[in-house]
Design a protein around this ligand. Sequence first.
Ligand code: NAD
Ligand code: SER
Length: 320
Amino acid sequence: MFVVQQVAMKKEKILVIGASGQIGVELTLALRKIYGGSNVVASDLREENELLKGTGPYVSLDVMNKEMLHVQVIRQNITQIYLLAAILSATGEKNPPLAWHLNTQSLLNVLDIAKEEKLTKVYWPSSIAVFGPTSPKENCPQQTIIEPSTVYGISKYAGEFWCNYYHHRYGVDVRSLRYPGLISYKSSPGGGTTDYAVEIYLEAKEKNKYTCYLEAPTRLPMMYMPDAIRATIELMEAPAQNISVRTSYNLASMSFSPAEITASIQKQLPSFEISYKPDSRQQIANSWPQSIDDTKARKDWGWKHEFDLDKMTVDMLQNI
Ligand code: NAD
Ligand code: SER
């Protein structure tokens, strides 16, 4: 069984779009460990991230240019695409038409090419941002009332149904996770509402104080990057017959508020101080659930998180 899997893996050639972003850097490095550096092509609009240099091929690519994307897929013999390019929740509210255009057209370009070139698999992340103020706040279920109030959430919810459509209509094996807010130290976050949970660690280490743009009790679903990367790879490696959700899976590990992450940091840095100055991101955070029910992911493909808040805090403060 193991030998068969190794042989099958060697045949895959992966294109990561948005590889210089917060998730892209770590996902590309993890995929290169599994598939070999030369079999994972990193691509982005911006320059290659320093951490990727020397670990495998990099191409400059605009996912909105469908012809160029198609040429790259053919030229590089790509068999799988991980599409990570997007405009996130807070940045999206500054230019809603642009966020809608990039987030949905990039996905349609990739799904169309996947259909035409018969790619083996596609990965595209959704977000807890699909949920809106009318969704349940606690243990928000996989299927429930979903009325997103941000352009980012609207684009992600539409994207989920495009994935479902391309799977059922054309047989494209596209898989997706609704990530919570992701916390990492290797690459910076790209304009989300949950970015404070990265900034707070950086400023705790640098200045021993932080001014938070969300109010103290604002609880949100969050996840440490190593868990998110492992979830992504485990979902993509699961047998197709185990994947019962073809829109996007709820995924969870922890939930916390600015007050709770502060208390966790103070266990390591007792003199750390926080102050609060809420801005427009507060309204976005208020519209999202506080915790997520990810039973389906745990049942279908065995998802199990490893990091809780205190374990993540120790790791973040050691590694920043
Ligand atoms: P990011 O902003 O850090 O990275 C996105 C990357 O895409 C950037 O490097 C950017 O240069 C690139 N990009 C933008 N436009 C492009 C284009 N036209 N062509 C090619 N590349 C382009 O975002 P991220 O946090 O790494 O998020 C990746 C995916 O995960 C997104 O779909 C996002 O919605 C989703 N997600 C992220 C989080 C999180 O907390 N980070 C949570 C939920 C979902
Ligand atoms: N972390 C993301 C954001 O805040 C959630 O998708 O936009």
